[in-house]
Design a binder for this molecule. Structure first.
Ligand code: GTP
Ligand code: MG
Length: 299
């Protein structure tokens, strides 16, 4: 019988939640960066395997918010628990202890079975530490399973999929697929395109500048012709005039680099040539202005 299981992916910023989602799906739908607080909204990814449809929700990292946007992000993670059947709780392999945000979240997870993923095992030279961590964490919480993995290398993800499918067999789930079998994500193409541009900003810029940007795709149109060509126009909004200068760079150099790299990513994603135009605008302190947060779809 077909069945559907909703699974939230939760954890601190930067532990590899989005990397894990992309790896499980075999497609990059969520952007990834080495900076914390990369993911800003819930991102759904669907994996239909055998008789089971796994509907994952990637969430923003659990942190202490400093802006209104940050509050929305943390709330989005908490709200992902509504009606969820199970959780993947991601933490880094070898970390000596859980942080406050992690224990607070685990306290909330009383109703759903939780699979603990110890990600980034590739960075752990001493495997004995892993055994100690597993023993320690299992003492404080009854996990349905504990799976060391590397989202970056793709290692041990088969074991994780097996644990998820075994869990789906044990739970009382709706006996149907809730999405068509070929569904991948709820993200519209425009949002994916905007996110790929923001990913480059996170990779190329430092400190508060990339965190203070929002990207919106204003135009996305296919040009008819022999070889398809996609015209994409996007606006990068930043929160200060000084940030605008940094984003544009000397002689427009930074914006050009962002544009070139994002265009290559978009061409690979859409499988056609892309003509990308970028603009930079300033909206003072937008991360603390509810109306603007809503306009950017980040509420
Ligand atoms: N070495 C190693 N790095 C990893 C692994 N998984 C993810 N990373 C890296 O960790 C960083 C954060 O990855 P993300 O997937 O963006 O982390 P996240 O938990 O989604 O972060 P937020 O969206 O900010 O909450 C990136 O630089 C990834 O390449 C892993 O298994 N091993
Ligand atoms: Mg993320």
């Amino acid at each position: 019988m077909p069945k559907t299981m909703f699974v939230s992916i939760l954890g601190l910023p930067n532990v590899g939640k989005s990397s894990l989602l992309n790896r499980l799906l075999g497609e990059k739908i969520a952007i990834v960066s080495e900076k914390p607080q990369t993911t800003r909204t819930r991102i759904m990814g669907v994996l239909t395997q055998g008789e089971t449809q796994l509907v994952f929700t990637d969430t923003p990292g659990l942190h202490r918010p400093r802006t209104k946007l940050g509050e929305h992000m943390v709330r989005a993670a908490h709200d992902s628990l509504d009606g969820v059947d199970a959780c993947l709780f991601v933490t880094e392999a070898g970390r000596p202890a859980l942080q406050e945000e992690e224990t607070a979240m685990l306290r909330q997870l009383r109703r759903q079975p939780v699979i603990l993923v110890l990600n980034k095992v590739d960075l752990l030279p001493e495997k004995a530490r892993l055994a100690r961590q597993i023993a320690q964490l299992s003492g404080g919480y009854a996990f349905a399973a504990v799976v060391p993995a590397s989202a970056l290398r793709g290692s041990n993800l088969d074991a994780l999929r097996e644990e998820l499918l075994a869990l789906a067999d044990r739970l009382d789930l709706p006996q149907a697929y809730l999405f068509p079998e070929d569904t991948l994500t709820d993200q519209p193409e425009r949002v994916i395109a905007a996110e790929r541009i923001r990913e480059q900003l996170l990779r190329l810029l430092d400190q508060e500048v990339p965190h203070g940007t929002a990207v919106t795709v204003e135009q996305m149109k296919e040009r008819p012709g022999e070889a398809p060509l996609l015209d994409i126009e996007a606006v990068i909004t930043c929160e200060r005039e000084s940030h605008k200068g940094i984003l544009i760079g000397k002689g427009g150099g930074m914006l050009k680099t962002v544009g070139t790299r994002a265009r290559k990513e978009l061409e690979a994603f859409f499988g056609c040539q892309v003509n990308l135009k970028l603009w930079v605008k300033v909206k003072e302190d937008w991360r603390n202005r509810e109306g603007l947060i809503k306009n950017f779809g980040l509420e």
